[in-house]
Ligand binder design. Structure first.
Ligand code: ACM
Length: 539
């Protein structure tokens, strides 16, 4: 709650909340994305120049210092702002965590005298600083020419709409080196995205080092070659051996990097399907004999993990090493696109079905996922899976990622499960951004322009009020079958991720696509300054 001792600013903030709810308080003189809950632009401005100092109210907290330094580093480097910490109370910027307000919230006040940032917690502090950056010239982050500028006098009161604000990256179809992953996390964090779903295993490659199973990186991390084009006709390979993986040290470094930027990483280890690469390394995990090879084409593959006791032992051992690396609550176990042909034909699976009293092979998928959920829960983690995990019996504590539309999410929320919405119709960033496909980089298909992403509303209107609270957020997915370079990933991500950011952070009533298009100009200028690729919006 806003304290009444704030006096005039209290009234201003309340006015702002009312104004933004009516959709009529969208000041023309800021470019903040995602648009905050309340912005009141006053009159006048603050002159900020390279001698501006900072006063951290609690400098003894190393996390506050670290968050501030992460934000300040490029400005110090460019020379735009020295941000020395010697200024004490006279400093232009005062930063504090006061524990007030909702999780991840912050209040940012710019007066003609200086800047005050009060945050509820570390995430709120990080986000308040991101907003502050967006009040500065877009090239202040890189240019030594920008050493003096004016900030508008304003009051911002901001907090997220959803707790889960996610972006995914498939590093299995194509591999992206650790430096790019950190850069990707930077881009997410700039826009207050707080979940990075790291899709680490697939038919075409296994990307995470597991000590107990060295063949996962010796064998499963490499494919002989890659299909060219959509592969609808006869296979045509590029003849180039392809692969890579992250070492545990690299993963630890990336996890720490993400944590410092308030991003929780959700690692995905796919099961029971999309497992061909693992089967190429350890064919005894399949229902048939093999041998298998790491897939060179895209699609859905019939060879999946067989639910032997030894397969569970393998997966649990893998998960123990994964749990050890990732401190977040969630482990994603995939669960999507697992054809049951091999299970139907397997004597072992048929016996298991008799033993367990199953009359449908889909129930074996339910059994598989429930066992894995129990294991994860026993080790202090929560299971999240694609919406196919509903089929065959939803595990009791699972969170569902609804991708085949919203039906799965609606059903899971009605059954009391947390849901992350990620329907391909609105949030699959591997789809074309223009109907004019000829002039776009080759993509998987589909059509997902910026305004469609922007228009997405994660909470289905037909849900009862109590089920609505189960929609914890939304996520955009970046599948990389046709993206070989970081530059191409950036092009598919931006600016569509900015639209997602506004969907998951901003009050629904504050959204306005025309205004958004105006505001993102500043961001495209910043991407230019940073050398980040993006697609120029059509309008
Ligand atoms: C998915 O796109 N197969 C989750």
């Amino acid at each position: 709650m806003i304290k009444s001792s704030l006096g005039r600013s209290h009234q201003l903030l309340l006015m702002g909340i009312v104004a933004s709810l009516c959709g009529c308080d969208i000041p023309e003189d800021h470019s903040i994305v995602p648009i905050p809950r309340s912005v009141i632009v006053g009159s006048g401005s603050l002159d900020l120049n390279s001698s501006a100092g900072v006063h951290l109210i609690d400098p003894s907290d190393p996390r506050i210092q670290e968050i501030f330094d992460i934000w300040a580093a490029p400005y110090r480097e460019s020379g735009a702002l020295a941000l020395s910490e010697s200024g004490g109370n006279d400093s232009a910027i005062k930063v504090d965590i006061d524990g007030q307000g909702a999780a991840e919230s912050y209040r940012l006040s710019v007066t003609t005298e200086g800047i005050t940032l009060n945050a509820a917690d570390y995430a709120g502090l990080f986000y308040g600083l991101q907003t502050l950056s967006q009040l500065m010239p877009p090239d202040a982050v890189t240019s030594s020419d920008v050493s003096s500028f004016e900030l508008p006098v304003l009051e911002i009161d901001d907090a997220p709409r959803f707790t889960y604000r996610g972006v995914h990256l498939d590093v299995a179809r194509h591999f992206f080196p650790p430096e790019f992953i950190k850069h990707y996390i930077d881009l997410l964090a700039m826009y207050k995205i707080n979940r990075f779903h790291w899709h680490l295993t697939e038919d075409q490659g296994w990307r995470i080092e597991i000590d107990q199973y060295p063949k996962l990186t010796e064998v499963a991390a490499f494919r002989e070659q890659t299909q060219m084009g959509h592969g609808l006709d006869e296979f045509q390979g590029d003849g180039v051996r392809y692969g890579g993986f992250y070492t545990k040290d690299e993963i630890r470094e990336i996890v720490a990097y993400a944590q410092a930027r308030s991003v929780m990483i959700i690692p995905e280890i796919e099961m029971p399907g999309h497992a061909t690469a693992a089967l190429a390394a350890y064919p005894e995990l399949a229902c048939t004999e093999g041998p298998f090879e790491v897939a060179m084409t895209w699609g859905i593959f019939e060879d999946i993990y067989c639910p032997y006791e030894s397969t569970f032992e393998f997966l649990e051992n893998v998960l123990l090493e994964v749990i050890d690396l990732f401190p977040g609550d969630y482990i994603h176990i995939g669960g999507d696109e697992a054809p049951k042909a091999r299970w139907e034909e397997s004597e072992y699976v048929q016996d298991l079905m008799v033993r367990e009293g199953f009359n449908d092979v889909e129930q074996v998928q339910g059994y598989f996922i429930r066992r894995i959920e129990q294991f994860l829960n026993e080790h202090g983690k929560r299971l999240i899976g694609w919406d196919e995990i509903i089929e065959g019996g939803l595990p009791p504590n699972a969170t569902v990622m609804s991708w085949r539309g919203t039906i799965g999410g609606i059903e899971a929320s009605r059954r009391g499960h947390d849901v992350v919405m990620t329907p391909y119709s609105h949030l699959y960033l591997d789809y074309y951004q223009s109907a004019d496909q000829e002039n776009e980089p080759f993509a998987i298909g589909g059509f997902l322009p910026l305004d469609t992403v922007y228009s997405y509303e994660p909470v289905p209107s037909q849900l009862r009020e109590r089920d609505k609270t189960r929609i914890i957020g939304a996520q955009a997915n970046v599948w990389t079958e046709y993206m070989k370079t970081g530059e191409h990933v950036e092009y598919m991500l931006l600016p569509r991720m900015l639209a997602l950011a506004e969907v998951v952070w901003s009050p629904a009533e504050a959204k306005n696509f025309t205004d958004f298009l105006k505001r993102i100009e500043w961001h495209l200028d910043r991407f230019d300054a940073l050398g980040v690729n993006y697609r120029e919006p059509d309008q």
